[in-house]
Ligand binder design. Structure first.
Ligand code: ADP
Ligand code: MG
Length: 254
């Protein structure tokens, strides 16, 4: 077996006295698509943010490409200890958010090029070539010179996906990428995510779209109040749920 890209072992995360993640384990191997489902407040976003070290966590291990994250301190003071490692992991786990977070004052092309040029210090001409390639790939190659406000929500989200891809990450993390979109625009983003899954990209996708989760996932994790309540391949989770909580959740969402 190859080394998983992302391994999370017994992760605990609290905000003050509120324990949001109560011992979560997740593994994503190369090319795996893992979907995270669960009610609002169950800890899905927190788990993604902990995975790419946007948030600290109190205990448990996170391994990236088999390399354990180094920590300093303990309890509520536990922090990543090695800044270079933290930046390497963050840039290798590109995140796509519900709100696309594009820079309003930059064109779409500038938005996509920004981080690879300023954060990674890559060659501008090379980054531009790959930015154009990714904008084409998500179907908005003709929009590179316009500003975000001139695009529909679905186009903005596809620009945000191109921006994530332009970091050439090892894996992509999606946090409800379609939930801010009208249903007809949702599908154009779903199509892009399906293409990425078919290409064998490693992804963790938080979604309320059970059809998307069912279509693209190798593994589905149902989170309930900060714990994995049930998990398995999509056929099992969606067609043959075992726990009352998952049954209740699925009947409430469809
Ligand atoms: P989900 O994404 O599944 O809806 P979240 O991970 O956003 O859930 O939130 C899980 C819990 O953590 C919620 O109770 C939420 O209020 C709480 N929470 C999230 N972020 C913070 C924060 N920065 N400070 C305090 N509490 C937070
Ligand atoms: Mg969330």
């Amino acid at each position: 077996m190859t080394t998983p890209v992302i391994q999370i072992k017994d992760l605990h995360k609290s905000y003050g006295a509120l324990e949001v993640l109560k011992g979560v384990d997740i593994v994503a191997g190369t090319g795996d698509v893992v979907s995270l489902i669960g009610s609002s407040g169950s800890g899905k976003s927190t788990l993604l943010r902990c995975t790419n070290l946007l948030e600290d966590s109190q205990s448990g291990e996170i391994l990236f490409d088999g390399e354990p994250v180094k920590w300093s301190g303990s309890g509520l003071n536990r922090r990543p200890a090695d800044r270079a490692q933290m930046i390497r992991i963050r840039t290798n786990l590109s995140m796509v958010f519900q709100q696309f977070n594009l820079w309003a004052h930059m064109t779409i092309l500038q938005n996509v090029m920004e981080a690879p040029v300023t954060v990674l210090g890559r060659d501008k001409a090379e980054v531009e070539a790959s930015a154009l390639k990714y904008l084409d790939k998500v179907g908005i190659g003709d929009k590179c010179d316009v500003y975000p406000a001139q695009l529909s929500g679905g186009q903005q989200q596809r620009a945000a996906i191109a921006r994530a891809l332009c970091m050439e990450p090892k894996a992509l993390l999606f946090d409800e990428p379609t939930s801010a979109l009208d249903p007809e625009l949702e599908q154009e983003v779903v199509r892009v995510i399906k293409d990425l899954a078919a290409e064998g990209r490693t992804m963790i996708i938080v979604t309320h779209d059970m059809r998307l989760a069912s279509d693209v996932s190798d593994h589905v994790v149902f989170l309930h109040q900060g714990k994995i309540e049930e998990e398995g391949p999509p056929e099992a989770v969606f067609k043959n749920p075992q726990t009352e909580r998952l049954k209740g959740f699925l009947s409430a969402t469809v």
